[in-house]
Structure formats: C-alpha cells, structure tokens
Design a protein around this ligand. Structure first.
Ligand SMILES: [Zn+2]
Length: 222
C-alpha cells in the first residue's frame, strides 16, 4: 500500500521584498556591462596560429542584506555598529549575532557609534599598488571605535609615521557628503584634537630612518 504525505507550508513568508526607492548611478560615462564578449581575433600568415580577444566587462552587485545599515550610515556620515541586548557587547565591523556562548546567537541591535576611536595597532606601508604610490608612506591602523570589541582597519592621516602610538586617541573624518559612495573609504582617521606626539626617542628615530627614504623615493615619481 502506498501512502503519500502532502507537506503543506504553513509558515508565513516573513521575508519582505525590498522596494528600492532611492537610487544613484555614478558609473563612469560610457561603461556598459556586456559580460563576456568576443571582440576580435588574429590569425598568423600561415594560418597555423590563432589568438582570440575576449573582453570581460561585468557589473558586480554587492548585496549587503542585514549589514546594510552600516553602509547607509557611511553615506550619512555615521558609524553604525551593533550591540547585543543581552550582554551589552558592541561591534564595528558589525556582527548580526552575539558571539558569546552564553548569548546563544542573540540577534544584535543597531546603534550609532561615537566618531572617536583609539589605535589598537598600526603599520606603515612603504610599498603599495600603483593607485597609492604617490601617497606613500601610508599609515594603516586597526582602530577601536567607541567600546567596540573588534577593531576596524583604515588609513590614519595628519600624523608622522614615527609619532603613532598604541592607544592614541583618534577622530573619524568623513569625506564631503557628495563624495561618499557607501564604502569604507568614505572616512579615515586623524589624531584627536587634544592629542600631541611625545618627544623624539630611539624607536621614533629608527622608524624615521626607515621612512625617510620612502619620502625621497616618492619625490622622484612622475
Ligand atoms: Zn551577548
């Protein structure tokens, strides 16, 4: 005897489909996504060798989903973090669920973080890609924003590489509103207004000696 069990989905569809009422296009003019496209070929005189030209032009969609408020916050000049309503831990970069075992993946809540941070650790980049060559040396910091339990990486400006210190207070500086794109590069760190570097010492001298040739080299770049 054959029995068929009909499964009925009684669960309501709780996923609300987003309606995108705000849209901005800032792709460079003339860019059209065509995906993979053959755009030509060449064949040798003796017709023994062929090269084909394949053009790759692709529009990527980054779906931020639950993380979206962080990126919308950047557009608005705000740093949005998340906080666990159970234990009170907070995070930037954000966590959608609390990491503490006792909290049993408690969903977090959105909170606006202060525009202040402190240096957790840093590095001075003396080598980088073509796009940033002329800005070397670049100071990259992992900084703790507010009372976040994790650090976030970004550039630190307006300080000499040898003057950076562990724990030094920072402020977050956003680009002008019309230049923001909802990316981490919408802001950078600068020393807090009330901060001043400590006097030169042996370690600072050592870093300066390493960094000075980079400044000289960058001067020679055209
Ligand atoms: Zn928690």
């Amino acid at each position: 005897m054959e029995s068929v069990i009909h499964m009925k989905n009684t669960q309501e569809n709780t996923v609300k489909k987003p309606v995108f009422s705000e849209k901005k296009e800032y792709r460079p003019k003339g860019v059209q996504e065509t995906g993979l496209c053959f755009v030509g070929h060449e064949i040798s005189e003796d017709r023994q060798v062929m090269n084909q030209f394949l053009h790759y032009d692709q529009l990527y969609t980054i779906r931020h989903g639950k993380n979206s408020p962080f990126f919308i916050g950047l557009l608005d000049g705000k740093i949005m973090g998340t906080r666990c309503p159970n234990c009170g831990d907070s995070w930037v970069p954000i966590r959608t669920h609390c990491w503490r075992l006792d909290c049993k993946l408690q969903p977090t809540e959105w909170i606006e973080m202060p525009l202040t941070a402190k240096v957790h650790t840093w590095t001075v980049a003396g080598w980088s890609g073509r796009s940033s060559l002329k800005r070397l040396p670049i100071i990259l910091v992992y900084a703790i924003i507010g009372d976040s339990k994790v650090a976030i990486a970004n550039e630190l400006h307006k300080v000499k590489p040898w003057d950076v210190e562990f724990g030094m207070p920072l402020k977050i500086v956003f680009k002008p509103k019309d230049q923001r794109i909802g990316a981490i590069t919408d802001f950078h760190f600068e020393p807090a207004d009330n901060w001043s570097p400590s006097p030169m010492n042996a370690e600072k001298k050592r870093i300066k000696q390493l960094v000075d040739p980079v400044y000289e080299w960058v001067q020679t770049l055209k």
